[in-house]
Design a protein around this ligand. Structure first.
Ligand code: SAH
Length: 377
């Protein structure tokens, strides 16, 4: 297998406007709330062997009491004293819950953003992070967990050892304005990322974050996808390879469905905010392209599976987040139809919120060993 040429961007992103403010986004989930850890949760891998509670070859136990990955930096309650010491701007958003614990009003976009800024600074050394008004404010613990599970998947094919450093190349389909996966993935594992998006403003925001933080310029490359229906063609070179792809697809099938979802979320968080004396805020949007696409997440992932079949050697593992459990059977059918060599459905659990990662490869075990031999040594 050929070692790929250094990544070059077919459509480099250069615009760097000022980012101003954020709104809470698609998933202001309980994963971000300090009341985590109440529900014993599982983290199991379907499709091969269940690893929930079982040590992997790496000695990693994938089940933690609060549902987060064992390597998560976000177990238990947020350490507000530590976060505020590093990010004093968070202090003015801290409230006391009826149980006497410090928290923030998750219905307040400014508070959610301040928490994210503090978490990224304290845990990942990202000192300058901001996103424009209306874009997704990603819950950090859930995003980090996805990456930890990817690290486990790669470790499985590497004698249980997580491959680290810039020779591991990750393709983030839909990097978003926050560049959240590249930021965490690079800081945790030193991986190199190529992030794609079709939203020019999102890419400009991601580029601003990369520029504003030391050491990210060589670690993260951004590329513009010009066709929303296309995932890989146009943004990757024909002889390029990635060790794994990551994706958090828009999950609604229409603007109306996305609006209904936002309203439900508003009611949910609004009630909680009111109970704590907070002020519900109406905008839980996220930009259209972040929230919906033709066919919803099933459409998006099915298109990705179809394209991956055309370029089976592009990635050692292709993966995507799947938000709705009801989407899984249709995605599994698409994977069967594509004759993937192996597939996994990895459950994620963060407090009340359940989701899962679907992963597939077209390479057999020997080809995967060769891949590692060529790229990871
Ligand atoms: N990764 C970020 C953003 C996810 S939202 C996070 O986890 O928070 C989904 C993103 O996919 C949006 O930024 C949207 O613009 C982008 N997107 C939609 N269709 C795309 C396509 N065909 N190729 C690349 N990105 C796409």
């Amino acid at each position: 297998m050929r070692r790929p040429k250094p990544s070059t961007a077919p459509t480099p992103v250069v615009a760097v406007p000022d980012a101003v403010a954020s709104a809470p986004g698609k998933k202001p989930t309980s994963a971000d709330k300090p009341a985590r850890g109440k529900k014993p949760a599982t983290s199991k891998v379907q499709g091969k062997k269940p690893t929930g509670g079982q040590p992997l070859a790496s000695g990693v136990n994938t089940q933690a009491k609060d549902g987060l990955h064992p390597r998560s930096r976000h177990h238990g309650q947020y350490d507000f004293a530590r976060l505020i010491a590093d990010s004093p701007a968070l202090a003015r958003f801290v409230i006391t819950t009826k149980y006497g614990n410090p928290s923030i009003d998750f219905a307040n976009p400014a508070a959610v953003k301040a928490l994210n800024q503090a978490l990224l600074r304290t845990h990942y050394g990202i000192s300058d992070w901001d996103i424009p008004v209306g874009y997704l404010c990603p819950p950090i613990p859930g995003r980090a967990d996805y990456l930890h599970h990817l690290a486990d998947l790669l470790a499985e094919g590497n004698d249980g050892k997580i491959p680290r450093g810039p020779k591991i190349s990750v393709l983030d389909v839909g990097v978003g304005a926050s560049a959240i996966y590249p930021l965490i993935g690079h800081r945790e594992y030193g991986w190199h990322f190529v992030g794609t998006d079709c939203d020019a403003d999102a890419l400009a925001s991601a580029q601003r974050i990369i520029k504003a933080n030391q050491g990210l310029g060589t670690a993260i490359t951004l590329r513009r996808q010009r066709s929303p229906q296309t995932l890989f063609a146009g943004v990757v070179q024909t002889d390029e390879h990635f060790d794994i792809s990551v994706c958090n697809p828009p999950f609604h099938a229409s603007a109306a469905e996305a609006a209904a979802g936002s309203t439900r979320k508003w009611h949910h968080l609004g009630k909680h905010a009111a109970a704590r004396g907070g002020t519900p805020v109406l905008n839980f949007g996220g930009k259209d392209g972040e929230l919906w696409c033709e066919g919803g997440e099933v459409g998006f992932i099915t298109r990705m599976i179809g394209e991956s079949r055309q370029t089976p050697g592009l990635c050692l593992w292709f993966t995507s987040l799947v938000s709705k459990e009801s989407s899984v059977p249709m995605i599994v059918r698409a994977l069967q139809a594509a004759h993937v060599r192996e597939r996994r459905v990895i459950d994620l659990s963060h407090g009340q919120k359940r989701s899962r990662i679907v992963a597939w490869t077209f390479l057999d075990e020997r080809q995967r060993r060769d891949w590692r031999g060529v790229r990871w040594q």
